[in-house]
Design a protein around this ligand. Structure first.
Ligand code: ATP
Ligand code: MG
Ligand code: MG
Length: 558
């Protein structure tokens, strides 16, 4: 069986802990509140929260809100919800902007240490100073020679509105001889004339990521600051700033990002899909935002298991959608009850039969789930795909003169005749009898009794045709698959559904507790011979809407 904590016991994360085996471990998950979280962020959440939890420590959820141009209130709420849904509880929720006063003071201190100066150079001049296109010699501008007093006055001028955006910025005085561009006098503060959602119009200057992140980590006594490998070069400047200011020094280490092929994760692209109504919203089950994955019915435990299975190293993980599906399937197989659902029902009248109650176990694999009664009526509904007008040798379901088993019903049935709608050519009814001679039919099919509840079923397939929608000719919108959502408007589900709903989520299944709050998506079941399903929030009292979570087998298609 799979151990979701395996990822912390060996390899990269174990090494990181051995390097600094302190107690308690303190980590942070630092999203920028400028978009919804996606599957990649689930890795960051699991790594940061999971690592601390494994070592008996704590984790901050810190909104890295230093860029008022891109941040919005709705993202704060959605981000916290997803962290909690994944089963993690922040020790505290903090904001980089809580520290604006403290950061400002430290910027003045840095100036006092002759380690920062106010610069008025433009992009082109800065590029030249950094060696330009030809990687020539690097040099500093005259601003770097200003006195502490001038820099202080200029910095306060920036703060007090003397400069427009881009007219001035505070630069750290690092080490331009260092081969690492992160040491080439990075920006620490810039002028931005946008009100901030929390500090409103108090500030006209905002600290950069390079100035803010390491200091906020230090303020919160973060022991291990875990981030993705695009920050490897930033480690030097991260360490430089804390050391120069003489504050507590957290340890930054970098792991590989998680990316998924066959879909798009960029905010701009998902926004386009939403705005052009190619999907039902940011939480459309065909997307890979965390809210979409939740709506699709994927259990949070399956996501954690998936990430744990991939493991954490410094290399990026590039994963196909099918691999993610495989993890989900394996998780659901042992944790959810089974029911009978018919996507495209046709009635089968069983002549001479009598009604009876049949006992249907919720799971043949997990007897502890118990069972429920389904009424066998003399007319039952089976799936259109389980009947053929013309029999053939290698076909083992229902056809004229052919016998098939009905799941849990004592006797198999044999079709006798059928009727068709002349206009559509579709079979409208099958007549059958019990076949008491055949003891063991080759196949058993699912069925539902007459009077069963009608539901709408949405089958989701990949939104895109190719593995690399981003590379598609004419752009990712040209790669949209016409079959990404197939709707069965009048599917039928047996009455056991009510008990599955009432008992959801089903924690007894594998001795695991269900994580997060129980929304409709925590109602999950396997529709035997069809797929795994959950309830969609579009459901009303009159009509239940079901989403396919994942097919029963890889490549099961529709
Ligand atoms: P995106 O551009 O996809 O929104 P981001 O890096 O801007 O990603 P942040 O809000 O800054 O997103 O992310 C918060 C944390 O999540 C950061 O520590 C970041 O490194 C991590 N993270 C983001 N995307 C991934 C990913 N695909 N795999 C692992 N960690 C990720
Ligand atoms: Mg982001
Ligand atoms: Mg970012």
């Amino acid at each position: 069986t799979l151990d979701p904590e395996a990822m912390f016991k060996v390899g990269f994360l174990d090494d990181v802990h051995k390097e600094r085996p302190v107690k308690p471990v303190v980590t942070r998950f630092p999203p920028e509140p400028n978009g919804f979280l996606h599957i990649g962020h689930a890795k960051a959440i699991t790594v940061n929260f999971g690592f601390a939890k494994y070592h008996g420590g704590i984790t901050y959820l810190r909104y890295d809100d230093t860029n008022p141009e891109a941040e919005e209130e709705k993202y704060f709420v959605a981000i916290e919800q997803m962290v909690r849904w994944l089963g993690f509880s922040p020790y505290k929720i903090t904001y980089s902007s809580d520290n604006f006063d403290k950061l400002y003071e430290l910027a003045e201190k840095l100036i006092g240490l002759e380690k920062a100066y106010v610069c008025h150079c433009n992009d082109e001049e800065i590029k030249k100073q950094r060696g330009g296109e030809s990687h020539g010699p690097r040099f500093r501008c005259a601003h770097a020679e200003q006195s502490v007093d001038t820099n202080l006055a200029e910095f306060r001028g920036m703060r007090d509105g003397k400069y427009k955006p881009r007219e001035a910025f505070l630069r750290m005085k690092q080490d331009i001889e260092d081969g690492n561009p992160q040491m080439w006098d990075l920006a620490a503060y810039r002028v931005l004339e946008k009100p901030h959602h929390r500090t409103h119009s108090k500030w006209r200057i905002y600290p950069t990521y390079d100035f803010t992140h390491c200091l906020c980590d230090s303020f919160e006594n973060i022991t291990h600051s875990l981030c993705t490998t695009e920050f490897v070069q930033s480690r030097v400047s991260y360490e430089w700033l804390n050391k120069t200011l003489g504050v507590y020094e957290p340890m930054q280490r970098e792991y590989g990002r998680l990316s998924i092929t066959g879909t798009v994760l960029s905010k701009r692209k998902i926004m386009k899909l939403v705005n052009d109504k190619h999907v039902r919203g940011w939480d459309d089950p065909r997307l890979y935002t965390l809210s979409a994955i939740k709506r699709r019915g994927v259990p949070p435990g399956a996501i954690l298991e998936f990430i744990s299975e991939l493991g954490v190293t410094t290399a990026p993980s590039v994963i196909q959608l099918a691999r993610f599906d495989q993890s989900i399937r394996r998780y659901l197989e042992r944790t959810v009850p089974r029911l009978m659902l018919v996507l495209d029902p046709i009635p089968v009248v069983i002549d001479g039969a009598e009604e009876l109650e049949v006992d249907v176990p919720f799971s043949p694999k997990v007897p502890a789930m118990g069972s429920h009664e389904v009424r066998f009526t003399t007319t039952v509904y089976i799936d259109r795909s389980d009947f053929r007008e013309v029999d053939s040798k290698e076909y083992f379901r229902l056809a004229p003169n052919k016998t098939v088993g009905l799941l849990q019903v004592p006797h198999p049935i044999k079709a006798v005749s059928f009727s068709k709608d002349e206009a559509t050519g579709k079979v409208t009814e099958v007549r059958a009898v019990f076949d008491k001679e055949t003891k063991k039919p080759k196949t058993y099919i699912q069925w539902v009794p007459s009077g069963s509840r009608e539901v709408q079923v949405r089958i989701h397939n990949s939104l895109f045709k190719s593995e690399k929608p981003d590379d598609a000719e004419g752009g990712f919108l040209r790669d949209l698959s016409p079959e990404s959502e197939i709707i069965y408007p009048r599917a039928m589900i047996e009455s056991g559904f009510d008990e599955v709903k009432a008992r959801a989520p089903w924690p007894e299944a594998a001795g695991e507790s269900e994580l997060g709050k129980g929304g409709v998506e925590s109602i999950r079941f396997q529709a035997m011979r069809v797929a795994y399903f959950t309830v969609d929030p579009d459901s009303t009292d009159e009509k239940v809407v079901l989403n396919r979570i994942v097919s029963l087998k890889e490549d099961a298609g529709k």
